[in-house]
Design a protein. Sequence first.
Length: 234
Amino acid sequence: MGFGLSPVLAVGMMLLAASPGGTTANLFSHLFGGDVALNVTLTAVNAVLAVVTLPIITNFALRYFEPDIGQDGLGLQFGKVLRVFALVLVPVVVGLVVRRRAEAFARRMDRPVRQLSVAVLVAVIIGSLVAERDDIVDHLVEAGLAALAFCVVSLTIGYFVPRLLKLDKPQAIACSMEIGVHNSAVAMTLAISVLGSVGLAVPAAVYGVLMYPVAALAGMLMTRGSRTAEEPAP
């Protein structure tokens, strides 16, 4: 492979890539002026699809790269994946119901939620760094470059392809965040709890640390571009 990943890390990257976006993608979309309704819809649809596609992709990767795991023929099972994804779908469904049943309340809460989102995002970044403080250097050396490249490419494609298709900037931002901000927690849970491999979780752990500052920087660049375009000509 181009990044010199071991078979285990290569499968871990595939597991991460197959994982859908999560509530964090919706959070970034909310912070940077994306179409949150579109982002939530994409998250819900992708989570449902991933129940089927994620085991297929991961089991294929296990056979292709042939790491010293998953050789008992079990691999990643659909039933176990479904239980994990229930944790992803619940908050998305709650958000959809609140938006549908109490739209006025949702609008009033927009500003307070946006401010709280910033605080939560900062706390998550700090928490991720603290949780991985003992192994973060080793993990970054092993999978940092591949995870960083994957994050940047995902965010870039997610933004510019919709723009080339003439979608408005809020929709492009939502697509970028959905594609670029993967649910690393789901990938790590499946790697450790279902497949029983800490090594498989390394790419997701590294991605979970890197994606916050990278997505925040991308969001600021996209937002700055919007503001510049909206400024009246002198």
